[in-house]
Write a protein of this length. Structure first.
Length: 445
């Protein structure tokens, strides 16, 4: 049975904010195309999923809505949010980095009514006949400004032509696009609703303090180390513009004793998943990343955003800084500047110089509060979060307060546990069984 919107809201224990209320009304009651503009972290995913859950037909086993995302993480996270809503409808995420054949088998089993996916993989499934476009009436483009950048234009054009039965479009972003291409076939302005909650005068929230940090050397690694040592257990994202730079900086910080996660588009899906999981559950203090980490990721508000490389555009800057000061929190952003570098002209904020003291060479960084363990059994083995919690308490000797986030995947689980208790836990669970099944339990480093 399909849940109504109030049941879902009560289940999630949320109170929709102003943007969500306007978006829900526009999508449910106007019959028009809808463009939703709202800052990062304001709840745009639920703003379209809540009303969409009421528009889809639970008795129709064909895909009725397609959500296009620029990256696989956003597709996966959005599908997880939809599943947690408990709508009675079926959904699935499709994305590159795993075999199309494997996804096709799951598509046949799940028969999703809502499909989340990246443009290339959606095209692939439509071309092979794994997905039918015959019943798809709703097209949602999340992070539409990113999806419509030049790198996606050809794939997007091709995909939209294949979705020939679409009669309603929902576009969402934290920044406005200068122009929406005609190939999207959006309706005329009088048949379109704009839900605009961006402050067009305010580039980033005034809850964010902007600092300049001057590096005496062109290579900023020493300056970065000194800066991070100031922050103790607090969380930081270090943004760079190139994958190779992420690897180099991450290796340097690890050798200096920091507990880090590295994240960029060259990593395979499992490595990216583990990196985000470690950072978001408090098992790593520092995420070293390309701008791939600036959009659509399920990361709690971050204390510090560090621009090791200057952002390549104003939009890039806005999305990076959108990772901090989410909702009503405060945050800081730091520009690391070597000789000859300046704060970009588009930064519209008072900039303070950050006086950085040289740190002793033998000073060790603060360790994170948590550590992440991998458990080699999952949903397909009939393992639930409750089973993992019971296993860690009864067999591992942990208290509930020493266990953080638990995520159960099809074939394995991740769990955050108190770092001081990690080694004792691993000793105690060695050779133990979960629900009568022997399994691997190891730290993700």
């Amino acid at each position: 049975m399909q849940a109504d919107i109030n049941q879902i809201i009560n289940k999630l224990q949320i109170t929709p904010n102003g943007m969500q209320e306007e978006a829900i009304h526009a999508i449910l009651h106007t019959g028009k195309d809808v463009v939703v503009l709202s800052p990062t972290g304001s709840g745009k995913t639920l703003a379209y999923l809540l009303p969409l859950s009421q528009l889809l037909d639970a008795d129709d086993d064909q895909p009725q809505a397609v959500v296009i995302t620029p990256g696989r993480e956003l597709a996966l996270q959005s599908a997880t949010v939809f599943k947690d809503m408990g709508t009675g409808l079926r959904a699935m995420a499709v994305y590159g980095g795993r075999p199309t054949m494997e996804e096709h088998r799951v598509l046949r089993d799940v028969r999703p009514q809502l499909v989340f996916g990246t443009p290339g993989r959606l095209n692939d499934h439509l071309d092979k006949g794994n997905l039918s476009a015959d019943h798809v009436r709703y097209l949602i483009i999340d992070e539409f400004d990113k999806c419509l950048e030049m790198g996606f234009q050809d794939e997007m054009h091709e995909l939209i032509n294949k979705l020939y039965r679409v009669d309603r479009h929902i576009l969402l972003s934290a920044t406005d696009a200068a122009e929406i291409p005609s190939f999207l076939h959006l309706r005329e302005k009088q048949d379109m609703v704009r839900v605009d909650f961006l402050d067009h005068e305010e580039q980033v929230p005034d809850r964010v303090t902007v600092y300049a940090v001057h590096s005496p050397e062109k290579d900023k690694l020493g300056t970065l180390r000194n800066l991070l040592l100031n922050f103790g257990e607090e969380s930081s994202i270090v943004f760079l513009n190139y994958r190779e730079s992420v690897e180099r900086v991450d290796n340097f910080l690890r050798e200096a004793g920091f507990t880090t996660s590295a994240f960029h588009g060259g990593l395979d899906q499992k490595a990216r998943e583990q990196a985000l999981y470690k950072f978001s559950n408090g098992s790593a203090n520092v995420l070293v990343a390309t701008d791939l980490a600036s959009r659509g990721l399920d990361i709690p508000s971050v204390d510090h955003i560090i621009h090791y490389h200057l952002p390549e555009s104003e939009d890039g800057y806005i999305h990076r800084v959108g990772r901090t000061a989410r909702w009503q929190a405060t945050g800081n952003t730091f520009f690391l500047l070597s000789d000859g570098e300046q704060i970009p002209a588009y930064v519209d904020a008072a900039v303070e110089d950050f006086a950085l003291e040289e740190q002793p060479i033998d000073r060790k960084p603060s360790a994170p509060r948590m550590a992440t363990v991998y458990i080699g059994k999952g949903k397909k083995d009939k393992i639930s979060k409750g089973d993992i919690l019971g296993f860690l308490c009864k067999k591992g000797g942990l208290k509930g307060s020493e266990i953080g986030r638990i995520d159960v995947k099809d074939r394995y689980c991740y769990a955050a546990v108190s770092r001081p208790r990690l080694h004792a836990l691993l000793r105690q669970v060695q050779g133990e069984k979960i629900k009568g099944i022997k399994t691997v339990v190891e730290e993700i480093k």
